[in-house]
Design a binder for this molecule. Structure first.
Ligand SMILES: *[C@@H]1O[C@H](CO)[C@@H](O)[C@H](O)[C@H]1NC(C)=O
Ligand SMILES: *[C@@H]1O[C@H](CO)[C@@H](O)[C@H](O)[C@H]1NC(C)=O
Length: 681
């Protein structure tokens, strides 16, 4: 813990040092002159305007903004032609979209709305830095098709930077109409004549199909997926392209972009913090995809569904700053060099966070932030007699909630996550002042933690929570368990895709197999008549347990399916009830019914309820929104010898993407009587 504390302190000093250097005028973080051009060392940043455009030029990049709407229409780099697309009137450049609904719904109101500002303001104009603002204010006389929010889109260009910063401050006043919002996204359209190679992680880097490759193909379901039957590049023939194959978990999506093989230029979105994003560190959302497109999804529900939307009622005011993030351009010898340099730029931006040069009143600078440190321990007597260190736990602060998973559906506030070290020590730094709960989950341990104490972070504070105990769900000794409790269904059997409709890119990446299109249609290939039957001690979950519990089509309807887990009990323990823990990695339109030994019982023995709006199946995730259930099963349901637990997805569907992904299932025997010590496993 000492180490993390001193690390926190060191970090604040670093940022103060940055401010100092900046004031002294020697601050900059360019990589030095890039090939093919020279940094204008003397001139600084220049701001020019004409009636329709604002242009900011620092000698490295030149950013052109449509005025007063605030859309990015041009990005030049060392004089290279526009790096952003300028061919399609609706989709050119870069722009900010919001998806919303008014409550109650009215026809013509809501939907996907492209935000256009009405007012242009210069915030800062100095040789070192220019910041401009494009804003719009809502008022009740505006039509239904304008989202009821005030917006302020800001752009910052600094001397010496090979890129620019963007952020959006939004605000809603108290007496504005009821509404919900599902999406806030900044969309970039890199120039399709330049950019051909996409890179969103160390592993996921590839030459992407173009619009021409997708044209004349067969549109599949979901409709974003296309089977390329007549591509320009014959290598894509017979392959499927779908933007959702490239979704990323937010914790892994801090750098993404495109490379131009012809110009040896890279275009990158770099995000040092995800504090303003919804859904937590594992939330999947879009990254980059065909187009070329690169998106900064501030809040989104593409994979997690409407559980992560924001809902506002009259009387509720709100404001939030999305960003800032950095758009970086570079130029190197080859793809590997471009990616490596972009990664080192992410490191630099992370060092600079929280940025010291942001002017908006709702943005909190470093000196006004606090930190929270502690050590997380797992207290499960059946795993270890004394509490054990929560190795590599994810620990986060989010708005106070009433459930352990409240942070997952939190979208209005800010949240701050970190990964603990091997010993469970965590240091959550750069926290905005406010009230929080501490939440956490540990790889390999089912369930999650919500620390009961309300945590109030004040400017400059370091709060030391000391040892924090996480008591995971546990009622008695394990009879059997299935899977790895880590919020993913990846360890289970994943069907091979249809050889006539796959994406070859994933074929040599077994860890990413779940990203293939159409796996919902592959279940009956492996389980043609009977559904999954798993025999404890004999079956292997990597081969015999499908990663998603699908329904089964009869050509018209998708019918319920029932899976079985068969196990032996040498004795039935009658001192209490057995417990079944079911952790779901995802759920879409489902209702899981549990039966013990009699699937035709008049009533199910446990019912999880009816829920789920995830798109993890349709959008190729190995998980969506996490849910946890514990059911009590009376011991008289069990018999000595062979027992069967049935898991039934009980609702008929007209929808092929329905189903659940199990993360982990555990059956526990009744707890030993209070005098007995728990038996160690
Ligand atoms: C969960 O386990 C799988 C399989 O071992 C692994 O690939 C995945 O990264 C893990 N996920 C998390 C969130 O720990
Ligand atoms: C289960 O199957 C996987 C995949 O074939 C294999 O790697 C693993 O060793 C098997 N586990 C056991 C316990 O047999």
């Amino acid at each position: 813990m000492k180490i993390s504390e001193s690390f926190c302190t060191f970090y604040v000093v670093l940022c103060l040092l940055n401010i100092g250097l900046q004031l002294a005028g020697v601050f900059g973080h360019s990589d030095g002159p890039a090939p093919g051009g020279g940094v204008d060392a003397s001139g600084g940043v220049k701001l020019t305007c004409d009636p329709k455009h604002v242009t900011i030029d620092n000698g490295i990049i030149q950013l052109t903004l449509a005025s007063p709407i605030g859309r990015i229409v041009g990005l030049k780099y060392h004089g290279a032609d526009n790096l952003l697309d300028s061919h399609e009137p609706k989709l050119w450049g870069a722009y900010f979209d919001v998806s919303y609904n008014v409550i109650p719904p009215r026809s013509g109101a809501g939907g996907l709305h492209r935000v256009e500002a009405t007012k242009y303001t210069v915030i800062t104009e100095k040789p070192d830095i220019v910041e401009v603002s494009f804003s719009a204010e809502w008022n009740p006389s505006l039509t239904d098709s304008v989202v009821p929010l005030n917006f302020d889109i800001r752009y910052i260009v600094r001397k010496g930077d090979s890129g620019f910063y963007t952020y959006v401050a939004v605000e809603r006043l108290k007496d504005w109409p009821d509404m919900d919002m599902s999406l806030h996204v900044f969309v970039f359209r890199p120039n399709k004549q330049l950019f051909n190679y996409m890179a969103v992680s160390d592993e996921i880097q590839l030459v992407m199909p173009t619009e021409a490759d997708r044209a004349n193909g067969v549109t599949l379901a979901p409709r974003e997926a296309v089977l390329m039957t007549n591509p320009v590049d014959p290598a894509f023939k017979g392959q499927v392209d779908d933007k959702y194959e490239y979704i990323q978990e937010q914790k892994d999506s801090k750098l993404k972009g495109w490379i131009s093989d012809t110009s040896k230029i890279g275009f990158w979105l770099i995000q040092p913090s995800t504090e303003y994003m919804n859904g937590g560190p594992l939330k999947y959302d879009l990254s980059c995809h065909n187009g070329p497109t690169c998106v900064m999804v501030f809040t989104g529900e593409h994979v997690y569904g409407d559980d992560v939307d924001m809902v506002f009622k009259k009387g509720e005011g709100w404001n939030k700053v999305f960003g800032p993030f950095f758009t970086y351009v570079n130029s190197e010898q080859d793809r590997a060099g471009l990616w490596k340099d972009a990664k080192s730029q992410l490191e630099k931006e992370t060092q600079l966070w929280p940025y010291c040069f942001i002017q908006h009143k709702d943005y909190t600078p470093a000196a006004q932030r606090g930190s929270v440190v502690g050590q997380l321990l797992v207290d499960d007597k059946y795993l270890s007699p004394t509490p054990k260190e929560a190795c590599k736990a994810m620990v986060g602060l989010a708005a106070p909630g009433t459930t352990n998973e409240a942070w997952q559906s939190e979208a209005k506030g800010y949240n701050f996550w970190t990964e603990a070290d091997e010993k469970g020590n965590f240091c959550i730094k750069n926290v905005r002042p406010g009230d929080y709960n501490l939440y956490g989950f540990v790889p390999g341990i089912v369930g999650s933690l919500r620390h009961p104490q309300l945590i109030t972070v004040k400017p400059g504070n370091e709060i030391n929570l000391g040892q924090v105990m996480f008591k995971p769900p546990r009622n008695g000794p394990t009879v059997w368990e299935l899977g790895i409790p880590n919020r993913s269904a990846k360890e289970f059997f994943i069907p091979d895709p249809d050889p006539k409709a796959l994406n070859k890119f994933w074929l040599d990446k077994p860890d990413q197999k779940f990203r293939q299109w159409g796996l919902w249609d592959r279940y009956p290939v492996y389980w043609p008549k009977e559904d999954v039957v798993f025999e404890v001690g004999r079956s292997n979950y990597s081969k015999d347990w499908c990663f998603a519990h699908f329904y089964r089509s009869d050509g018209k309807v998708w019918n319920p399916t029932t899976w079985q887990i068969i196990f032996d009990l040498p004795e039935v323990c009658t001192t209490g009830s057995y417990t079944i823990h079911i952790a779901l990695a995802a759920a879409e339109l489902t209702n899981t019914l549990v039966y013990v030994n009699n699937v035709n019982a008049r009533r199910e023995h446990y019912d999880t309820g009816t829920w789920g709006d995830d798109n993890a199946i349709a959008r190729h995730g190995d998980h969506g929104f996490y849910r946890f259930f514990s059911g009590s099963l009376p011991s008289n349901l069990f018999v000595k010898g062979k027992n069967t637990i049935y898991l039934k997805q009980a609702r008929s569907q007209t929808y092929m993407f329905a189903g659940v992904m199990y993360d982990y299932i555990r059956l526990e025997a009744p707890p030993p009587s209070s005098t007995a010590q728990p038996k160690e496993l």
